[in-house]
Design a protein around this ligand. Sequence first.
Ligand code: ADP
Ligand code: MG
Length: 327
Amino acid sequence: NRLANQIAAGEVVERPASVVKELMENSIDSDATRIEVDIERGGTRLIRVTDNGKGIDKDDLSLALTRHATSKIQSSDDLACIQSLGFRGEALASISAVSKLTLTSRTHDSELAWQAMAHGRDMSVEIQPAAASPGTRIEVADLFFNTPARQKFLRTEKTEFNHVEEVFKRHALANFSKAFVLKHNHKIVKRVPASGDSSQYLKRVATICGKPFADSCVEFNCQHELLQLFGWLGKPSFHRSESDIQYVFINGRPVKDKTLNHAIRQAYEGLLPPGRMAAYVIFLSMDPHQIDVNVHPTKHEVRFGQQRLVHDLLVKSVAEAIGECEL
Ligand code: ADP
Ligand code: MG
């Protein structure tokens, strides 16, 4: 079992940022309105994610650390229509196989928090009472302490933290109604207050993508039968040498998808100087039955029931929106 978990961890847990991704996804799925991410030494020493979400019952704590135990999918019908970010039930089991994990949680109707620890060993978790506010706190210390081969692939503290910050930004951008805090080595790096209504969305875009982008982008909004689009597009005059401001979300899930990226590139084709890249934040929403996110354990890729149509609608909508802003 421990070996199986370590093997699974190889797919899901590449570096500290992968842990942050999984923990933030869980906090978002828990309906938290406030999520704090605390990092020490690029995440190699400590990753702590604290939320004020619905929490985990004492009786379900050790289950949460068990592989393939998920509270989010009950049937294969649910799998065909995934609404939550998580559904594989293997993140916590995998992470705990390669770190020293402490899970503390309190449901809103409980007086007390409960704590479970799993330190890279078999899943014999001990559960004890603890003091904490309602919600969940997961601490992941000494990542890869028992897998030296993985440890060798870690880069500098700064590089690992940059990856963590990227993950943080993606999720903070996708969840306007939630507040986020990111700390590194006890200092606040980003504080993102909840955006009460859509008039404050652009402020968050500025916090995450920078003011120059926010000042020069155009908002776009497009409704098709199959697909609804919403977001901010950098004008062709605002271009980058890197792909650092390219965010695409499907039903709130950050994705890096070839088909979608190709469509956006095509829409900007001929408008950017050679070698320069567009900047954009695009939210797609569609019927979850039309999307398969169960393609890869990291869930970055997706398949569409109507791949071609989604591609072409995206090209057309983006091209029209940036065409209009040129005038
Ligand atoms: P998955 O997210 O795919 O279900 P995980 O291994 O990430 O699998 O988490 C296992 C289970 O632990 C979840 O299904 C959920 O019930 C519970 N859980 C994990 N993190 C949290 C959290 N922050 N708040 C509430 N429940 C959580
Ligand atoms: Mg999860």
